[in-house]
Design a protein around this ligand. Structure first.
Ligand code: FE2
Length: 269
């Protein structure tokens, strides 16, 4: 019967099987649930929930829901198309702004992210990860350039040279070998960060056990591409990469919402 649940578990309850039961509440009495990500206190201080984020995230979610296609390009060579709607198939849109104004709501802190889980067969193109882009599963900044070819949602070619490329190739292959299918190579979610208080460079200052990297999922203007489980597309795997990228231009149909890594505020008013 709690009104408010503050989730301080290490992994967070977001994907916990118990979450639906908790959120259903008792006798029509629904809680609010705020996950406090397992971050260094300094990161939480820097990204303390800001009421101004709600409007921006809601506007971005509305744009995502209304668009047919997301088109992502970059100077590094990214050229990726995500069909948010095609035929009777539709992406499922989500977003978090860091607080729960109503019962029944779930949010997390740090926040400031809008994203979509694309339906099956929606993502095609080239994704080029440049030095400084981030692999949050490894909690590391890339030093190499990695060129990923994506066909029908799935990474079908991994090109480049260096340790970063080998690490990603090896990790994906390990899930493929362990699970006996290639779902770990497929898209989980796509989206963009909207929080001006979150910093791209923050992870340089903490030991890996001192932060969870949620701040880097949220820094304003990042394009967040993720591979792994996607219930909307009916794919299940335990392999998951969250890959925030800098310097991308993101178009939702004809509207540029992120221009070379900068959020276009006028498009999200
Ligand atoms: Fe993710």
């Amino acid at each position: 019967r709690a009104d408010m649940v503050v989730d301080c578990t290490v992994e967070g309850l977001l994907h916990a099987p118990e979450l639906p039961t908790i959120m259903k509440g008792v006798d029509g009495h629904m809680p609010r649930l705020l996950m406090v990500s397992n971050e260094h206190p300094e990161i939480l201080e820097r990204t303390v929930p800001d009421p101004a984020l709600e409007g921006v995230v809601r506007a971005a979610m509305k744009k995502l829901r209304g668009a047919q296609q997301m088109h992502v390009t970059s100077a590094a060579g990214t050229d990726l198309r995500v069909n948010l709607k095609h035929g009777d198939k539709q992406a499922v849109v989500g977003g978090v702004w860091g607080f729960c104004p109503k019962p029944g709501m779930v949010s997390h802190w740090p926040a400031g992210l809008a994203l979509a889980f694309p339906a099956a067969g929606s993502v095609n193109g080239t994704l080029v990860m440049a030095p400084g882009d981030v692999n949050l599963t490894f909690k590391s900044y890339l030093r190499d350039t990695i060129r990923l070819t994506i066909e029908n949602d799935s990474v079908v070619a991994i090109e480049g040279q260096g340790v970063d490329v080998d690490m990603m190739r090896g990790y994906w292959k390990a899930w493929e070998d362990a699970e006996g299918h290639r779902a770990a190579y497929a898209v989980s979610h796509v989206g963009f960060g909207l929080n001006p208080a979150a910093r791209w460079d923050a992870m340089a200052f903490y030991d890996k056990r001192d932060c969870n990297g949620t701040e880097l999922r949220a820094f304003a203007g990042n394009f967040l591409y993720s591979t792994g489980a996607n219930e909307v597309a009916g794919r299940h795997t335990l392999g998951h990469f969250d890959l925030p990228m800098r310097g991308c231009t993101i178009r939702l149909d004809d509207t540029v919402v992120v221009d070379a890594g900068q959020v276009v505020s006028a498009a999200l008013a």
